[in-house]
Design a protein around this ligand. Structure first.
Ligand code: GLV
Length: 347
């Protein structure tokens, strides 16, 4: 492991340790390294620190380790004259104003790869739960509605085996979702702005978004959130879907227009939705989507397996250690930051 084998910059004991602010108790495997190697302060509460706290804490730090629920923007950077690196524990980084960071020569890192399979597994958990009505069935049994032993039409759902799956965004996670679809003998189509020959080798076909929406029985969304993908799935596009089709989203909430989705589900333009992400998180308990039986929801937990979350925390530590040892962090998302302020001028 990179951390264990790396030269220890702290062996030069008269150098002060770089200061790091960590916005949550991240898993021990990463946190221990951060605490050992840096002068670290950790926000101790379960919920996120208020923005004012982050602004106050960054005034004197060299590094910040936030989560996707922390908004890291120009206001934060303005308050942080010594900040050199933002090492986020997530693959997505839409909460960070990367352009602002780059302009100031601040490196931004993320945790790609380690969460791919876990997140793809969860997209499938959502897909299977909505198609086979697992949550409705649980409620049915628990609330005493199961009064006859077996009935031919009790809680009938949709077949997954042999159906068509449409992957919107066929990067690492989208591709991993597609690989699993082969095991269900599904027809796989995908929409992406770039060709994905590896996916075509699996038998998947690249199509335009409208065609994907019209032909899929299950649509699984895996694009990052950016200007071009905000409300990518809007009213007009939901209207293209089959009445019997389902949409699954475990990418970012704002990719799907929730108001339009509610209308689509309520008025029966589509059959159901399974969502791990929301336009606002936590989603308010009075979100009308939560009143619908044909919606399965989860609180943004797609990468939440013990092992994966530990690996993500470890990657945060690896990125910080590499940077403060004068090496390019392995998961740098804005290499241009090092043109603005090269590593030799960071310290
Ligand atoms: C989770 O949503 C992540 O971006 O890692």
């Amino acid at each position: 492991m990179l951390i264990k084998n790396s030269t220890n910059f702290q062996s030069v004991s008269y150098l002060p340790k770089p200061k790091v602010y960590v916005t949550r108790e991240i898993p021990e495997r990463g946190l221990k390294v951060i605490k050992d190697r840096f002068d670290a302060e950790v926000w101790p509460q379960y919920g996120p620190p208020p923005k004012e706290v982050i602004i106050q804490k960054v005034t004197n730090v060299d590094a910040l380790a936030p989560l996707l629920s922390d908004k890291i923007d120009a206001e934060v950077f303005d308050a942080a004259p010594k900040l050199k690196i933002v090492a986020q524990m997530a693959v997505g980084f839409d909460n960070i104003d990367v352009n602002e960071a780059t302009k100031r020569g601040i490196c931004v890192t993320n945790t790609p790869g380690v969460l791919t399979e876990t997140t793809a597994d969860f997209a499938w958990a959502l897909l299977m739960a909505i198609a086979r009505r697992v949550v409705e069935a649980t409620k049915y049994v628990r609330t005493g509605q199961w009064k006859v032993g077996w009935h031919p039409s009790m809680l009938s759902g949709r077949d997954i085996y042999g159906a068509t799956i449409g992957i919107v965004g066929a990067g690492r996670i989208g591709s991993a979702v597609a690989e699993r679809a082969n095991g269900f003998n599904m027809k796989i189509i995908f929409y992406d702005v770039i060709p994905r020959p590896e996916l075509e080798k699996l038998g998947a076909k690249r199509v335009d978004l409208d065609k994907l929406l019209k032909e899929s029985d299950f649509i699984s969304v895996h694009v990052p959130l950016m200007k071009a993908t905000y409300h990518l799935i809007n009213e007009e596009r939901l209207k293209l879907m089959k009445k019997t089709a389902y949409i699954i989203n475990n990418s970012r909430g704002p990719v799907v227009d929730e108001k339009a989705l509610y209308k689509a589900l309520k008025e029966g333009w589509i059959a159901g939705a399974a969502l791990d992400v929301f336009e606002q998180e936590p989603t308010p308990v009075n979100n009308p989507l939560l009143t619908l039986d044909n919606v399965v929801v989860a609180p943004h937990i797609s990468s939440a397996s013990h092992e994966t979350r530990s690996k993500m925390a470890e990657m945060v530590a690896e990125n910080l250690v590499a940077f403060f040892e004068g090496r390019k962090p392995p998961n740098l998302v804005n290499p241009k930051a090092l043109e603005v302020r090269p590593l030799s001028k960071q310290f």
